[in-house]
Design a protein around this ligand. Structure first.
Ligand code: S3P
Length: 217
């Protein structure tokens, strides 16, 4: 190979002898390592410079995840996704239908599937179903792909909201206020460890969107 430098002809002698198999193997190895390193660098640059945001709202049925999600989406100019609605639209059936026809275990598999799907969307606020964080490693998936907020509302408030709610919820269907109270307390004991894995915990009867916005600023 020749190059002209300020009037002098410089010869770069790249091949000084026959290329051995060993040399070829070394070159091949170096190329593989190089491609790996380049890939890792690109990934890190993407992570550092991309300012996509995902917010997950978790908590027991009736804690106000969807209402909070809609308000946040409007204020932050992000897209709101209600995971239950997303699931119903994907499978063309309502949640009570899925529970009745396939049982809770299959519902949870579908829930996991849609969660994986939305966890890859950009700039979304996701209100999950109350049980979603408590199955598989769903809560870890949410923590790893966005900011997770647990809306921790007192049992008495949950009871009064759920008693008057219009949405049909298979797990609490037909329960009296007293039964509902006991059911929530029992479920909360099991679910709380999962909920409390959330990055942020907001406690109170009236959790406001402004509190979430303040935390993510
Ligand atoms: C469930 C909560 C519901 C829905 C399903 C199961 C639960 O969502 O996903 O009925 O296990 O707590 P909401 O929390 O939006 O009611």
């Amino acid at each position: 190979m020749c190059q002209r430098q300020t009037g002098t002809l410089v010869t770069l002698n790249l091949f000084q002898g026959p290329i051995s198999l060993e040399m070829l193997k070394q070159v091949q190895h170096d190329i593989v390592i190089g491609v790996w390193l380049l890939g890792i660098c690109c990934y890190l640059v993407f992570i550092v410079f991309s300012d996509f945001m995902r917010i997950f709202l978790i908590g027991f049925m009736g804690c106000g995840k969807s209402t909070m999600g809609r308000t946040l989406a409007l204020s932050l100019n992000m897209t709101f996704i209600d995971l239950d609605t997303f699931l119903e639209e994907k499978y063309f059936r309502t949640i009570p239908q899925i529970f009745a026809e396939e049982g809770e275990a299959n519902f949870r598999l579908k829930e996991r599937k849609v969660l994986e799907e939305v966890a890859a969307f950009d700039d979304v606020i996701v209100a999950t179903g109350g049980g979603a964080p408590c199955f598989f490693d769903n809560v870890d998936l949410m923590n790893n792909s966005g900011l997770c907020f647990f809306l921790d509302v007192a049992t008495s408030s949950l009871v009064s909201r759920l008693i008057t709610a219009k949405t049909e919820r298979p797990l609490i269907k037909g329960k009296s206020p007293e039964e509902l109270h006991g059911f929530i307390e029992g479920m909360m004991e099991k679910r709380r460890p999962f909920y409390e894995k959330a990055r942020y915990i907001l406690k109170g009867t009236e959790i406001r969107a402004a509190q979430v916005i303040e935390l993510i600023k």
